[in-house]
Design a binder for this molecule. Structure first.
Ligand code: 5SP
Ligand code: FE2
Length: 222
C-alpha cells in the first residue's frame, strides 16, 4: 500500500487545525511535519510546541522530518511532543548508528533522509536498522520547488538494495511531487509520498488527495 503524507509546511498556519482536519477527512495516511532550524537549511519552521498543540486533535500519525543540525539534542523533545516517526538527515549525523538507536529508544520509528547530492552508500551499514528511508527530491528548505529527475534512479537503486537484503523498509520521497509526476515516483519504488504545495495550495484539498490516490492506484496496477 502506498501512503500519502501531506506536508503541513504549505498549510495555512493561521488555520492549521482546519487544514489538518481537511487532509484527514480526505483519507491521507500520515502528517508530514517539516522542522527547520535556519542552520542546516535556510529556513525556520516548526518546533515541538506546535506538535504538542495539535496532538490529540487528529488521529494522523506524525511523520517528523528533522532538517536541523545536532538532531540528537531534540529527539526526545519531539518524541514526547507526539512524533510517531522521526527522520534525521545523514548529513547532520556523524554518529548515525547512535542517533538511530536514540530515536528507537523512544519506542517510535526511525528514518534517515538523504539530500539530492548525497549518495546511498552512506546508509548501507545501517539500512537494516531503519524503518524508512527518505529520499529528498528537492534541496531541503522550502515547499513548492521543482522535482529533481535524478531522484527516480536513486529510488530504484534504494529499492534494489532493500529487496536484495530482504528488508521491510518504507521508501518515502519528498519534494516537488505533483499529481502529474506521482506515478513515476511510485513506479520507481516509493511507497510513502510527501506532497505539500500540491495538496494545500490546491483549490480543493479533498479533490487533490482523491486525484493523488487515483494516480497512485493506476501506477500500481500498470
Ligand atoms: O521537506 C520539505 C522541504 O524541505 C518538504 O516536505 C516540502 O514541504 C515539500 O513541499 P512540496 O515540494 O511538496 O511543495
Ligand atoms: Fe519534508
Amino acid at each position: 500500500m502506498v501512503k500519502i503524507a501531506p506536508s503541513i509546511l504549505s498549510a495555512n498556519f493561521a488555520n492549521l487545525l482546519d487544514d489538518i482536519k481537511a487532509v484527514e477527512k480526505a483519507g491521507v495516511d500520515l502528517l508530514h511535519i517539516d522542522v527547520m532550524d535556519g542552520h542546516f537549511v535556510p529556513n525556520i519552521t516548526i518546533g515541538p510546541l506546535v506538535l504538542e498543540s495539535i496532538k490529540g486533535k487528529t488521529n494522523l500519525p506524525f511523520d517528523v522530518h528533522l532538517m536541523i543540525n545536532n538532531p540528537d539534542m531534540y529527539i526526545s523533545r519531539f518524541a514526547e511532543a507526539g512524533a510517531d516517526i522521526i527522520t534525521v538527515h545523514v548529513e547532520t549525523c556523524p554518529h548515525l548508528h547512535r542517533t538511530i538507536q536514540n530515536i528507537k529508544s523512544h519506542g517510535i520509528k526511525a528514518a534517515v533522509s538523504l539530500n539530492p547530492a548525497t549518495p546511498l552508500c552512506l546508509i548501507e551499514e545501517v539500512l537494516h536498522e531503519l524503518d524508512m528511508v527518505l529520499i529528498m527530491s528537492v534541496n531541503p528548505g522550502f515547499g513548492g520547488q521543482k522535482f529533481i529527475e535524478n531522484s527516480l534512479k536513486k529510488i530504484e537503486n534504494l529499492k534494489e538494495m532493500i529487496d536484495n537484503q530482504k528488508l521491510d523498509i518504507d521508501i518515502e520521497v519528498d519534494g516537488g511531487i505533483k499529481i502529474d509526476n506521482v506515478d513515476k515516483v511510485v513506479k520507481a519504488g516509493a511507497n510513502v509520498i510527501v506532497a505539500g504545495s500540491a495538496i494545500f495550495n490546491s483549490d480543493n484539498i479533498f479533490e487533490a488527495v482523491k486525484m493523488f490516490r487515483k494516480k497512485i492506484d493506476k501506477a500500481l496496477v500498470k
